[in-house]
Design a protein around this ligand. Structure first.
Ligand code: ADP
Ligand code: ZN
Length: 731
């Protein structure tokens, strides 16, 4: 018996296949899709079994597979084929696709430690009747009888909770015995008294349409566009409930699980141990356990972030991508896949229903829904008691004349009111750190990262300047390092500074700051959200991480500082992103019975995007933005490919970029548009120069072959790195 193995180079990401002998002890065990250990040159590495065959002619003596990494971790045929599809669509090495599906965090790092985690339990060694009889004749009351009493009620108890001499005595009498059971690290039980809302008529309509589709085993994608608070989660819960009643399984993707823990808890309440979760913040042991639950068929629902789309569930009936507009569903490094595409592919394979849910779907999804590629379903009303918040736009230019640099008069008044009423407020500023930059008023000097083409951000708590891209940091000086003058100015503001200002204005307010700097510890997100929910704080201040998915009934005010931040990013999607961010953030206000208020502070009060947020007018925003995209030839009218040419040497990198560009011009369809080479958005990153070429195309039969060729040329180039991103979300 022989196996063709796709090997995992420890350093290089390229596809290489070798044939190995399957030794007698592994025959019948080694299967397609398994991870195996193989000898390679002088070391031992991992590989994926692509094929097993009985006949093979070789001039050389073949080496043997050493062992199977874990017989339970196998990619089935669906996932093996899906890997090929990803390779073809995103031009990645096949090995990176399989590594994503079966991440190395799942492998047993050290053979000596057993990843499975066992607990010792005690159970009865006689029938309950026999034990009851025994107790009646025993007449005494002691530790032994109390253990037996416990076992009459509970079936099994944890050994650790009882004294050894008691256990020993009962064992000698043959009344109990010890069993070992695998204990999963995450154990949740459903709640008996869970609140299940009666669906309203809009929700019911959506529910029934999709339920019928699941029953009919039809692969169909639905775009569920529901305003914030319209009760999408409630619809998902009910649909998943139906799915598992039909004996099928379901996957739900969320953008970032730590931020959506509130939603995940709802799923635990309904479905308890039928749910597995999968995301990067789990420990390796937790991941391994959750994966085992799935492989063993012990769960029927998987909730997770992007890569959870690859979970090896069988018989999938429903896939949900919640907040489908989120950029986190597209992977930024290899394999550059989009979970939405993978979901479509899997839904076709399983004849499953697929829901893309969002209050602000991307233009691509919305236009596909309007064209009938997806079925378009809407929820237009808030489900609970809350009504949509009142949104006000404040012109900061006028405020600055009044010396209100951070908080406008209006926002200050509203915050005081919230504090008086014992309600809560959320303040959003999409920039962490203290000030954006430090600059010298005398000579104009600014601190720049030596490795990247980026200004450094000042962090007050650590009194240093940091690069948010490569992690470089340095101590901050008192005087300008260029001209020596005592003229350094702190420009722009981050969450750290706003926190200080806020505390100055409202000394008694309890303020909670949530950003990347305050949430590095595992579980800190959940703790903060829980504390805010329990009204341990009055004001939650944070970056975009607080804008999504949170449901706090007591929040009546949302303040958005410097709404211009994201409008000014040079990206064709910046309007769309700003709209989504502000709209989602506004949606956090007034979710309970209380009227919500939103205040948007900006230097562009007449900006079209802000007006649309104010009027809650997605239609108008969509129409306008579609028009822009059509004129400027951007998605959804054109498809994009971005090529980044990256290297250590400026001249050499530019030359290669030019060569690539010329090759593209000569080989792809004449109707496609090639832009560049230009310097990339961030020209220098980690000491490497970056150039970019953008292709816009509608139909191009030659394109993929051309890109494939270029990729194959550069894959082994040690000096120049070519990154090809097909359908990038930003360029
Ligand atoms: P979305 O996910 O669309 O933003 P949620 O599912 O979080 O909305 O629902 C918003 C709020 O409305 C939640 O507090 C939820 O419990 C409540 N809710 C949902 N459906 C109903 C319903 N049919 N009746 C009453 N309240 C509901
Ligand atoms: Zn840097």
């Amino acid at each position: 018996m022989y196996a063709e193995v796709l090997i995992e180079y420890p350093t290089k990401k390229i596809d290489k296949y070798f044939t190995y002998l399957i030794p007698p002890n592994l025959r019948g065990i080694v299967k397609r899709g398994m991870k195996v250990k193989i000898p390679f040159n002088t070391s031992v590495i991992n590989g994926f079994v692509m094929q097993v065959f009985t006949e093979y002619q070789s001039e050389y003596e073949l080496k043997s597979i050493i062992e199977v990494v874990d017989p339970e971790l196998v990619l089935d045929d669906e996932l093996m084929d899906l890997g090929m599809y990803i390779k073809e669509k995103t031009l990645c090495p096949l090995i990176t696709a399989y590594q994503t599906m079966l991440p190395s965090s799942l492998k047993i790092k050290n053979q000596k430690t057993n990843y499975n985690y066992y607990k010792n339990f005690l159970i009865l060694n006689k029938t309950k009747e026999e034990i009851t009889n025994y107790l009646q004749n025993y007449h005494k009351k002691n530790y032994q009888t109390s253990l037996l009493q416990d076992l009459l009620v509970q079936d099994k108890v944890l050994k650790n909770n009882y004294a050894n001499h008691v256990i020993k005595a009962l064992k000698e009498k043959d009344l109990i015995k010890e069993v070992k059971e695998q204990e999963y690290r995450i154990n949740k039980n459903s709640k008996d008294d869970v609140v299940k809302h009666q669906l309203n008529s809009e929700q019911l309509n959506v529910f029934q349409k999709i339920k019928a589709n699941i029953l009919n085993d039809k692969a169909q994608t639905f775009l569920l566009e529901g305003i914030t608070g319209s009760g999408k989660t409630e619809v998902y819960l009910n649909l998943i409930n139906e799915t598992i009643k039909m004996g099928k399984t379901a996957i739900m993707l969320v953008p970032e699980i730590t931020l959506t823990m509130q939603i995940v808890d709802r799923f635990y309440e309904w479905f308890g141990s039928k749910v597995a979760i999968f995301h990067s913040a789990l420990s390796n042991g937790e991941k391994y356990d959750e994966y085992l639950k799935i492989i063993r068929g012990e769960v029927s629902i998987v909730i997770g972030t992007r890569s959870a789309i690859f979970t090896p569930l069988k018989n999938i009936g429903l896939i949900i991508i919640d907040e489908c507009h989120s950029e986190t569903f597209k992977q930024d490094n290899m394999p550059r896949y989009n979970a939405l595409d993978i979901a479509i592919k899997r839904s076709i394979y399983h004849n499953a229903s697929l829901i893309f849910g969002s209050a602000t779907p991307m233009l691509e999804e919305r236009s596909r829904a309007l064209k009938g590629v997806y079925e378009y379903l809407r929820l237009t009303k808030r489900a609970g008691m809350g009504s949509l918040p009142h949104v006000e736009i404040v012109d900061m230019l006028t405020e600055i004349k009044k010396k209100n640099f951070v908080f406008s008069e209006e926002l200050t008044n509203k915050i005081s009111q919230v504090l008086i009423n014992h309600e809560q407020a959320i303040i959003l500023l999409n920039r962490r750190g203290f000030s954006t930059t430090i600059s010298c008023a005398k000579c104009g000097f600014t601190y720049k990262c030596p490795n990247c083409d980026i200004t450094l951000t000042y962090h007050k708590s650590t009194n240093n300047l940091r690069c948010h891209y490569c992690g470089y940091y340095k101590k901050c000086e008192d005087k300008c390092p260029n001209c020596g003058e005592d003229a350094l100015n702190y420009l722009g503001m981050g969450t750290e500074k706003v926190e200080m200002e806020l505390q100055k204005l409202f000394p008694d307010a309890r303020i909670l700051r949530m950003d990347q700097d305050t949430t590095t510890k595992k579980g800190s997100h959940e703790k903060m959200i829980e504390a805010f929910k329990n009204q341990k704080y009055d004001i939650l201040l944070g970056t975009q991480m607080i804008s999504k998915g949170l449901d706090f009934p007591n929040v009546t005010l949302v303040g958005i500082l410097n709404a211009d931040n994201s409008l000014n990013i040079p990206d064709f999607r910046s309007n769309e992103k700003t709209f989504a961010l502000l709209y989602q953030a506004s949606g956090r206000a007034g979710r309970g019975n209380l009227q919500g208020n939103v205040i948007i502070q900006t230097f562009n009060p007449d900006n079209f995007v802000l007006k649309c947020v104010q009027n809650n007018d997605f239609e108008k925003f969509y129409e306008n933005e579609m028009n822009m995209r059509r004129i400027l030839k951007y998605p959804p009218y054109y498809y994009l490919v971005s090529l980044k040419i990256i290297g250590d040497d400026y001249q050499q990198t530019l030359e290669n970029a030019t060569k690539i560009c010329d090759y593209l011009k000569a080989n792809i369809d004449k109707t496609s548009i090639i832009l560049g080479p230009t310097t990339a958005n961030i020209f220098k990153l980690n000491n490497k120069y970056r150039f970019q070429i953008v292709i816009k195309y509608r139909f191009d039969a030659q394109l993929m072959a051309t890109l494939n060729y270029l990729d194959s040329i550069y894959v082994n180039d040690s000096k120049i790195n070519l990154e090809i991103d097909i359908n990038p979300l930003h360029i």
